[in-house]
Design a protein around this ligand. Structure first.
Ligand code: SAM
Ligand code: DTB
Ligand code: SF4
Length: 338
């Protein structure tokens, strides 16, 4: 099917408890099709669902940096590696809100707060809840990424009004054990189920460039697309190699393979926002342009991600001008503030 019409398997509405939508074989066939056919199909699916020239803009803040007990091989914040990063305590609520205000004034519509935790401690929940309600009161969408969550913690965050929770599966189930040993692929899926059951929107994706094969990338996307409800937001990160981490010397991803992965994400999850996430600093404008054509419609803005660099406002403004892109209007909220 190259005419871009949606196959029955792709034509679901979030909220449907659809059965398995995609097989690995179907997804591999799409991923390996001629590049022009793949891009044409992905772009057609994209246009049927979204304004192709509007990009959603999120801003990240590390609210608790470094010293993390997990051994994720890609991460600057794991205590298992000597990355030279200075660990810090949980940030004061007022400081978080001051940063969020700046981000809003810079055009971000979603504020994503990340903590280097295996999972939040109960004693931290009060401050976390205050950050969620404070950022919401600024009229922004809220997102948190705090590690694994129990059903009770998910319910508390939902009650505070958290819009999205980010928790990545990172790679395929097969390759996962090569990258992380301190928590399992099944643990990740359990947190995603807890978040979904609490009524919070799910942001889940992964990383390319960790030494995985194309089939691992495809399998990761098939897992996400076949969740009972696919994630509303799918971040695709390109590994930022961190000196001192296990993956410091990983070989870079072929940009064409990166674009193929974005296109497959768009085709398997037509209604999700696909985020061209970490790694844009090392990506040419041309590669980014192809990603937007292939269906990416969200980015992180600002000079820093959590600890690593991101193209700054000036570069992104110039890129948007060159490509005729514009910021996507935020989803309207009944109770949004000024
Ligand atoms: N500690 C929480 C957790 O792991 O769930 C939240 C923060 S963690 C940094 C969020 C995600 O960022 C990871 O799952 C991974 O996909 C991505 N990430 C971390 N370091 C990265 C790097 N060096 N390059 C690309 N992506 C990275
Ligand atoms: C995601 O998938 N990418 C973001 C966000 N979710 C939390 C994080 C990227 C981190 C890049 C490395 C760093 O800044 O340390
Ligand atoms: Fe910790 Fe998250 Fe980094 Fe893993 S990715 S080491 S859990 S901060």
């Amino acid at each position: 099917m190259l005419d871009g019409s949606l196959s029955t398997s792709a034509n679901f509405t979030p909220g449907d408890a659809a059965e398995s939508r995609w097989t690995q074989a179907e997804a591999e066939k799409i991923y390996n099709s001629p590049f022009n056919d793949l891009l044409y199909r992905a772009h057609t699916v994209h246009r049927a669902q979204f304004d192709p020239n509007a990009i959603q803009m999120s801003r990240l803040l590390s609210i608790k940096t470094g010293g993390c007990a997990e051994d994720c091989g890609y991460c600057s914040q794991s205590a298992h590696y000597q990355t030279g990063l200075k660990a810090s305590k949980l940030m004061e609520v007022e400081r978080v809100l001051a940063e969020a205000r700046k981000a809003r004034d810079g055009g971000a519509t979603r504020y994503c707060m990340g903590a280097a935790w295996r999972s939040p401690k109960d004693r931290d929940m009060e401050a976390i809840v205050a950050m969620v309600s404070g950022v919401r009161a600024l009229g922004m969408e809220t997102c948190m990424t705090l590690g694994m969550l129990t059903p009770a913690q998910s319910a508390r965050l939902a009650e505070a009004g958290l819009d999205y929770y980010n928790h990545n599966i990172d790679t395929s189930e097969r390759f996962y054990g090569e990258i992380i040993t301190t928590r399992s692929f099944a643990d990740r899926l359990e947190t995603l189920a807890n978040v979904r059951d609490a009524g919070i929107k799910v942001c889940a994706g992964g990383i390319l460039g960790m030494g995985e094969a194309a089939d691992d990338r495809i399998s990761m996307l098939v897992t996400l697309a076949n969740l009972p409800v696919p994630p509303e937001s799918v971040p695709i990160n390109m590994l930022i190699p961190i000196p001192g981490s296990k993956l410091a010397d990983a070989a870079p991803v072929d940009p064409i393979d990166f674009v193929r992965t974005i296109a497959l994400a768009r085709i398997l999850m037509p209604q999700s926002h696909v985020r061209l996430s970490a790694g844009r600093t090392d990506m040419s404008d041309e590669t980014q342009a192809l990603c937007f054509f292939a269906g990416a419609n969200s980015i992180f803005v600002g000079e820093t991600l959590l600890t690593a660099d991101n193209p700054g406002e000036d570069h992104d403004a110039a890129l948007f001008r060159r490509l005729g892109l514009r910021p996507m209007a935020p989803t309207a909220r009944q109770d949004a503030a000024e």
